[in-house]
Design a protein around this ligand. Sequence first.
Ligand code: GDP
Ligand code: MG
Length: 325
Amino acid sequence: MKIPISDLIVGIKSGDKRLIGKAITLVESKKPEHRDQADELLKEIMPQTGNSVRIGITGVPGAGKSTFIESFGKLAISNGKKVAVLAIDPSSSVNKGSILGDKTRMEELAKEDNAFIRPSPSSGFLGGVANTTFETMLICEAAGYDFILIETVGVGQSEVLVSDITDVFLFLKIIGGGDELQGIKRGIMEMVDLIFINKVDAENLQKAKNTKAELLRAMHFLPEKEKGWKVPVLLGSALNDEGLEEVFNKISDFISLKKSSGRFMAVRKTQAEKRFEYWVQEYILQKTKQENALEEAFISHKKKASELQANPSTEAKLFVEKLLS
Ligand SMILES: Nc1nc2c(ncn2[C@@H]2O[C@H](COP(=O)(O)OP(=O)(O)O)[C@@H](O)[C@H]2O)c(=O)[nH]1
Ligand SMILES: [Mg+2]
Protein backbone atom coordinates (compact mmCIF):
# COMPACT_ATOMS: atom_id res chain seq x y z
CA MET A 1 0.00 0.00 0.00
CA LYS A 2 1.52 3.26 -1.15
CA ILE A 3 -0.47 5.55 1.11
CA PRO A 4 1.03 5.73 4.62
CA ILE A 5 -1.16 4.23 7.33
CA SER A 6 -1.12 7.53 9.23
CA ASP A 7 -2.70 9.25 6.21
CA LEU A 8 -5.37 6.57 6.00
CA ILE A 9 -6.18 7.05 9.68
CA VAL A 10 -6.48 10.81 9.30
CA GLY A 11 -8.61 10.23 6.21
CA ILE A 12 -10.95 7.85 8.02
CA LYS A 13 -11.38 10.16 10.99
CA SER A 14 -12.10 13.12 8.75
CA GLY A 15 -14.57 11.10 6.68
CA ASP A 16 -12.66 11.23 3.38
CA LYS A 17 -14.50 8.64 1.28
CA ARG A 18 -11.59 7.99 -1.07
CA LEU A 19 -9.26 7.17 1.80
CA ILE A 20 -11.96 5.15 3.57
CA GLY A 21 -12.15 3.10 0.38
CA LYS A 22 -8.38 2.60 0.35
CA ALA A 23 -8.41 1.49 3.96
CA ILE A 24 -11.11 -1.05 3.18
CA THR A 25 -9.07 -2.42 0.27
CA LEU A 26 -6.21 -2.87 2.72
CA VAL A 27 -8.24 -4.91 5.25
CA GLU A 28 -9.65 -7.03 2.43
CA SER A 29 -6.17 -8.16 1.42
CA LYS A 30 -4.85 -11.44 2.75
CA LYS A 31 -1.18 -10.72 2.00
CA PRO A 32 0.80 -11.00 5.25
CA GLU A 33 2.38 -7.55 4.87
CA HIS A 34 -1.04 -6.05 4.28
CA ARG A 35 -2.41 -7.82 7.34
CA ASP A 36 0.35 -6.21 9.41
CA GLN A 37 -0.60 -2.79 8.10
CA ALA A 38 -4.28 -3.55 8.65
CA ASP A 39 -3.54 -4.50 12.26
CA GLU A 40 -1.77 -1.20 12.80
CA LEU A 41 -4.65 0.72 11.28
CA LEU A 42 -7.37 -1.16 13.19
CA LYS A 43 -5.50 -0.72 16.47
CA GLU A 44 -5.41 3.05 15.96
CA ILE A 45 -9.08 3.40 15.11
CA MET A 46 -10.36 0.92 17.73
CA PRO A 47 -11.37 3.64 20.27
CA GLN A 48 -13.63 5.25 17.64
CA THR A 49 -15.44 2.02 16.76
CA GLY A 50 -18.50 0.24 18.12
CA ASN A 51 -20.91 3.14 18.09
CA SER A 52 -23.11 2.21 15.17
CA VAL A 53 -26.21 0.12 14.85
CA ARG A 54 -25.23 -2.88 12.73
CA ILE A 55 -28.15 -4.09 10.64
CA GLY A 56 -28.24 -7.28 8.57
CA ILE A 57 -30.84 -7.60 5.81
CA THR A 58 -31.81 -10.89 4.23
CA GLY A 59 -34.45 -12.16 1.85
CA VAL A 60 -34.59 -14.15 -1.39
CA PRO A 61 -33.08 -12.53 -4.50
CA GLY A 62 -35.65 -10.08 -5.83
CA ALA A 63 -37.35 -9.52 -2.47
CA GLY A 64 -36.29 -5.89 -2.65
CA LYS A 65 -33.35 -5.73 -0.27
CA SER A 66 -31.35 -3.21 -2.28
CA THR A 67 -34.45 -1.09 -2.89
CA PHE A 68 -35.23 -1.23 0.81
CA ILE A 69 -31.71 -0.21 1.76
CA GLU A 70 -31.87 2.73 -0.60
CA SER A 71 -35.19 4.02 0.80
CA PHE A 72 -34.36 3.22 4.39
CA GLY A 73 -30.93 4.78 4.04
CA LYS A 74 -32.46 8.01 2.79
CA LEU A 75 -34.92 7.99 5.68
CA ALA A 76 -32.13 7.50 8.20
CA ILE A 77 -30.18 10.35 6.63
CA SER A 78 -33.21 12.61 6.88
CA ASN A 79 -33.19 11.72 10.59
CA GLY A 80 -29.66 13.05 10.87
CA LYS A 81 -27.83 9.74 10.58
CA LYS A 82 -24.85 8.77 8.48
CA VAL A 83 -25.36 5.50 6.63
CA ALA A 84 -22.89 2.96 5.30
CA VAL A 85 -24.00 0.10 3.07
CA LEU A 86 -21.99 -3.10 2.65
CA ALA A 87 -22.99 -6.05 0.52
CA ILE A 88 -21.84 -9.59 0.84
CA ASP A 89 -21.88 -11.18 -2.56
CA PRO A 90 -19.68 -14.25 -2.83
CA SER A 91 -20.95 -14.98 -6.33
CA SER A 92 -19.33 -12.02 -7.97
CA SER A 93 -15.86 -13.55 -8.14
CA VAL A 94 -17.13 -16.71 -9.78
CA ASN A 95 -19.15 -15.52 -12.70
CA LYS A 96 -18.56 -11.76 -12.82
CA GLY A 97 -22.31 -11.23 -12.89
CA SER A 98 -23.66 -10.54 -9.46
CA ILE A 99 -26.83 -11.89 -7.94
CA LEU A 100 -27.13 -8.61 -6.08
CA GLY A 101 -28.25 -7.33 -9.44
CA ASP A 102 -28.19 -3.88 -10.91
CA LYS A 103 -29.71 -2.21 -7.86
CA THR A 104 -26.45 -2.77 -5.99
CA ARG A 105 -25.20 0.61 -6.99
CA MET A 106 -28.10 2.37 -5.30
CA GLU A 107 -27.71 5.48 -7.39
CA GLU A 108 -29.90 7.80 -5.35
CA LEU A 109 -28.44 6.91 -2.00
CA ALA A 110 -24.95 7.09 -3.47
CA LYS A 111 -25.48 10.79 -4.22
CA GLU A 112 -25.96 11.60 -0.54
CA ASP A 113 -23.01 13.11 1.32
CA ASN A 114 -23.93 11.13 4.40
CA ALA A 115 -23.98 7.77 2.64
CA PHE A 116 -21.13 5.44 1.84
CA ILE A 117 -21.73 2.38 -0.32
CA ARG A 118 -19.24 -0.42 -0.63
CA PRO A 119 -19.90 -3.44 -2.83
CA SER A 120 -18.70 -6.75 -1.57
CA PRO A 121 -15.22 -8.16 -1.63
CA SER A 122 -14.90 -10.07 -4.87
CA SER A 123 -12.90 -13.01 -3.63
CA GLY A 124 -12.52 -15.36 -0.77
CA PHE A 125 -14.75 -17.95 0.82
CA LEU A 126 -17.73 -16.86 2.86
CA GLY A 127 -16.18 -17.11 6.32
CA GLY A 128 -13.37 -14.85 5.19
CA VAL A 129 -15.77 -12.45 3.58
CA ALA A 130 -17.74 -12.05 6.80
CA ASN A 131 -14.56 -11.34 8.68
CA THR A 132 -13.30 -8.69 6.34
CA THR A 133 -16.81 -7.24 6.25
CA PHE A 134 -16.53 -6.87 10.00
CA GLU A 135 -13.30 -4.93 9.68
CA THR A 136 -14.82 -2.81 6.94
CA MET A 137 -17.60 -2.04 9.38
CA LEU A 138 -15.08 -0.89 11.99
CA ILE A 139 -13.57 1.51 9.49
CA CYS A 140 -17.02 2.91 8.70
CA GLU A 141 -17.73 3.35 12.40
CA ALA A 142 -14.49 5.22 12.93
CA ALA A 143 -15.51 7.44 10.03
CA GLY A 144 -18.67 8.36 11.93
CA TYR A 145 -21.35 6.22 10.26
CA ASP A 146 -24.26 5.59 12.64
CA PHE A 147 -26.04 2.90 10.67
CA ILE A 148 -24.28 0.07 8.91
CA LEU A 149 -26.59 -1.83 6.57
CA ILE A 150 -25.38 -5.19 5.32
CA GLU A 151 -27.19 -6.87 2.44
CA THR A 152 -26.88 -10.63 2.18
CA VAL A 153 -27.47 -12.62 -0.99
CA GLY A 154 -30.27 -14.53 0.65
CA VAL A 155 -28.84 -17.89 -0.24
CA GLY A 156 -26.77 -20.50 1.49
CA GLN A 157 -24.84 -19.62 4.56
CA SER A 158 -24.61 -15.89 4.15
CA GLU A 159 -27.36 -15.21 6.70
CA VAL A 160 -25.54 -17.05 9.45
CA LEU A 161 -22.39 -15.12 8.77
CA VAL A 162 -24.14 -11.78 8.65
CA SER A 163 -26.07 -12.47 11.83
CA ASP A 164 -22.67 -13.14 13.41
CA ILE A 165 -21.56 -9.56 12.86
CA THR A 166 -24.77 -7.56 13.32
CA ASP A 167 -26.99 -6.28 16.16
CA VAL A 168 -30.32 -6.60 14.41
CA PHE A 169 -31.42 -8.94 11.69
CA LEU A 170 -34.15 -8.01 9.27
CA PHE A 171 -35.98 -10.43 7.01
CA LEU A 172 -37.58 -9.03 3.87
CA LYS A 173 -40.41 -11.15 2.58
CA ILE A 174 -42.58 -11.09 -0.47
CA ILE A 175 -46.06 -12.52 -0.66
CA GLY A 176 -46.38 -15.89 -2.32
CA GLY A 177 -42.70 -16.14 -3.09
CA GLY A 178 -42.79 -19.56 -1.51
CA ASP A 179 -40.24 -18.29 0.91
CA GLU A 180 -42.39 -18.62 4.01
CA LEU A 181 -41.47 -22.27 3.92
CA GLN A 182 -37.90 -21.67 2.76
CA GLY A 183 -37.36 -19.17 5.50
CA ILE A 184 -38.64 -21.52 8.12
CA LYS A 185 -36.69 -24.47 6.75
CA ARG A 186 -33.40 -22.66 6.55
CA GLY A 187 -33.67 -21.63 10.14
CA ILE A 188 -33.95 -17.97 9.22
CA MET A 189 -36.96 -17.53 11.44
CA GLU A 190 -34.79 -18.32 14.42
CA MET A 191 -32.36 -15.56 13.57
CA VAL A 192 -34.68 -12.69 12.65
CA ASP A 193 -35.54 -9.77 14.89
CA LEU A 194 -37.91 -8.04 12.51
CA ILE A 195 -39.87 -9.03 9.39
CA PHE A 196 -40.89 -6.62 6.65
CA ILE A 197 -43.37 -7.85 4.06
CA ASN A 198 -42.39 -5.87 0.98
CA LYS A 199 -44.19 -4.96 -2.26
CA VAL A 200 -47.53 -4.54 -0.51
CA ASP A 201 -50.08 -2.42 -2.36
CA ALA A 202 -53.87 -1.97 -2.27
CA GLU A 203 -54.41 -5.00 -4.48
CA ASN A 204 -52.53 -7.53 -2.40
CA LEU A 205 -53.11 -6.02 1.01
CA GLN A 206 -55.41 -8.85 2.12
CA LYS A 207 -52.91 -11.46 0.98
CA ALA A 208 -50.19 -9.63 2.86
CA LYS A 209 -52.29 -9.71 6.00
CA ASN A 210 -52.79 -13.45 5.56
CA THR A 211 -49.06 -13.94 5.14
CA LYS A 212 -48.50 -11.92 8.29
CA ALA A 213 -50.94 -14.11 10.23
CA GLU A 214 -49.17 -17.23 8.92
CA LEU A 215 -45.80 -15.91 9.97
CA LEU A 216 -47.02 -15.00 13.42
CA ARG A 217 -48.48 -18.48 13.79
CA ALA A 218 -45.24 -20.11 12.71
CA MET A 219 -43.19 -17.98 15.07
CA HIS A 220 -45.48 -18.78 17.93
CA PHE A 221 -43.75 -22.15 18.14
CA LEU A 222 -40.24 -20.78 18.18
CA PRO A 223 -38.37 -19.87 21.34
CA GLU A 224 -37.90 -16.14 21.91
CA LYS A 225 -34.52 -15.00 20.61
CA GLU A 226 -34.48 -11.85 22.73
CA LYS A 227 -36.36 -11.97 25.99
CA GLY A 228 -39.32 -9.63 25.93
CA TRP A 229 -39.20 -9.10 22.14
CA LYS A 230 -42.00 -10.35 19.95
CA VAL A 231 -40.69 -10.24 16.37
CA PRO A 232 -42.81 -7.57 14.64
CA VAL A 233 -44.18 -8.31 11.18
CA LEU A 234 -44.54 -5.04 9.30
CA LEU A 235 -46.12 -4.37 5.91
CA GLY A 236 -45.03 -1.87 3.31
CA SER A 237 -43.27 -1.03 0.10
CA ALA A 238 -39.62 -0.21 -0.26
CA LEU A 239 -40.20 1.18 -3.74
CA ASN A 240 -43.00 3.52 -2.67
CA ASP A 241 -41.51 4.48 0.67
CA GLU A 242 -44.31 2.96 2.68
CA GLY A 243 -43.89 1.53 6.15
CA LEU A 244 -40.22 2.38 6.49
CA GLU A 245 -40.66 4.81 9.35
CA GLU A 246 -42.18 2.01 11.37
CA VAL A 247 -39.16 -0.18 10.64
CA PHE A 248 -36.90 2.65 11.76
CA ASN A 249 -38.81 3.01 15.04
CA LYS A 250 -38.92 -0.73 15.70
CA ILE A 251 -35.17 -0.99 15.18
CA SER A 252 -34.66 1.80 17.73
CA ASP A 253 -36.96 0.01 20.19
CA PHE A 254 -35.12 -3.24 19.68
CA ILE A 255 -31.70 -1.71 20.24
CA SER A 256 -32.94 0.08 23.38
CA LEU A 257 -34.30 -3.19 24.73
CA LYS A 258 -31.04 -5.03 24.03
CA LYS A 259 -29.01 -2.28 25.64
CA SER A 260 -31.11 -2.16 28.78
CA SER A 261 -31.00 -5.94 29.21
CA GLY A 262 -27.23 -6.07 28.70
CA ARG A 263 -27.66 -8.36 25.69
CA PHE A 264 -26.31 -5.76 23.27
CA MET A 265 -22.79 -5.93 24.63
CA ALA A 266 -23.03 -9.61 25.58
CA VAL A 267 -23.80 -10.60 21.99
CA ARG A 268 -21.06 -8.39 20.60
CA LYS A 269 -18.58 -10.05 22.93
CA THR A 270 -19.63 -13.53 21.82
CA GLN A 271 -19.30 -12.41 18.21
CA ALA A 272 -15.78 -11.16 18.90
CA GLU A 273 -14.85 -14.54 20.37
CA LYS A 274 -15.99 -16.27 17.19
CA ARG A 275 -13.91 -13.95 15.06
CA PHE A 276 -10.91 -14.54 17.28
CA GLU A 277 -11.27 -18.26 16.69
CA TYR A 278 -11.60 -17.72 12.96
CA TRP A 279 -8.36 -15.75 12.86
CA VAL A 280 -6.51 -18.33 14.94
CA GLN A 281 -7.30 -20.93 12.27
CA GLU A 282 -6.51 -18.51 9.51
CA TYR A 283 -3.08 -17.60 10.90
CA ILE A 284 -2.19 -21.22 11.63
CA LEU A 285 -2.83 -22.02 7.99
CA GLN A 286 -0.89 -18.97 6.89
CA LYS A 287 2.14 -19.83 9.04
CA THR A 288 1.96 -23.39 7.78
CA LYS A 289 2.30 -22.16 4.23
CA GLN A 290 5.25 -19.96 5.12
CA GLU A 291 7.40 -22.71 6.61
CA ASN A 292 8.58 -25.36 4.19
CA ALA A 293 8.75 -28.32 6.54
CA LEU A 294 5.31 -27.58 7.88
CA GLU A 295 3.86 -27.06 4.47
CA GLU A 296 5.21 -30.44 3.36
CA ALA A 297 3.68 -32.15 6.36
CA PHE A 298 0.42 -30.31 5.74
CA ILE A 299 0.31 -31.41 2.11
CA SER A 300 1.18 -35.01 2.87
CA HIS A 301 -1.42 -35.41 5.62
CA LYS A 302 -4.01 -33.71 3.47
CA LYS A 303 -3.16 -36.04 0.59
CA LYS A 304 -3.73 -39.11 2.72
CA ALA A 305 -7.12 -37.75 3.59
CA SER A 306 -7.98 -36.77 0.04
CA GLU A 307 -6.94 -40.13 -1.36
CA LEU A 308 -9.45 -41.61 1.01
CA GLN A 309 -6.77 -43.77 2.62
CA ALA A 310 -7.10 -42.29 6.03
CA ASN A 311 -9.60 -40.59 8.24
CA PRO A 312 -9.41 -36.78 7.74
CA SER A 313 -9.72 -36.02 11.44
CA THR A 314 -6.89 -38.41 12.29
CA GLU A 315 -4.64 -36.77 9.70
CA ALA A 316 -5.56 -33.32 10.99
CA LYS A 317 -4.68 -34.34 14.53
CA LEU A 318 -1.32 -35.79 13.44
CA PHE A 319 -0.54 -32.58 11.59
CA VAL A 320 -1.42 -30.34 14.53
CA GLU A 321 0.74 -32.50 16.80
CA LYS A 322 3.70 -31.93 14.45
CA LEU A 323 2.89 -28.23 14.30
CA LEU A 324 3.00 -27.85 18.06
CA SER A 325 5.98 -30.13 18.76
N1 GDP B 1 -43.84 -3.23 -6.83
C1 GDP B 1 -42.77 -3.17 -6.05
N2 GDP B 1 -41.58 -3.52 -6.55
C2 GDP B 1 -40.52 -3.47 -5.73
C3 GDP B 1 -40.61 -3.03 -4.39
N3 GDP B 1 -39.39 -3.09 -3.82
C4 GDP B 1 -38.55 -3.54 -4.79
N4 GDP B 1 -39.22 -3.76 -5.95
C5 GDP B 1 -38.65 -4.24 -7.22
O1 GDP B 1 -38.21 -5.58 -7.09
C6 GDP B 1 -37.08 -5.82 -7.91
C7 GDP B 1 -35.96 -6.42 -7.11
O2 GDP B 1 -35.50 -5.46 -6.17
P1 GDP B 1 -34.05 -5.49 -5.53
O3 GDP B 1 -34.01 -4.38 -4.54
O4 GDP B 1 -32.98 -5.52 -6.55
O5 GDP B 1 -34.10 -6.90 -4.78
P2 GDP B 1 -32.92 -7.71 -4.01
O6 GDP B 1 -32.47 -8.78 -4.95
O7 GDP B 1 -33.59 -8.32 -2.82
O8 GDP B 1 -31.86 -6.73 -3.65
C8 GDP B 1 -36.72 -4.48 -8.54
O9 GDP B 1 -37.23 -4.44 -9.83
C9 GDP B 1 -37.41 -3.47 -7.63
O10 GDP B 1 -37.75 -2.29 -8.31
C10 GDP B 1 -41.91 -2.63 -3.89
O11 GDP B 1 -42.08 -2.23 -2.75
N5 GDP B 1 -42.94 -2.72 -4.78
MG1 MG C 1 -29.84 -6.62 -4.04
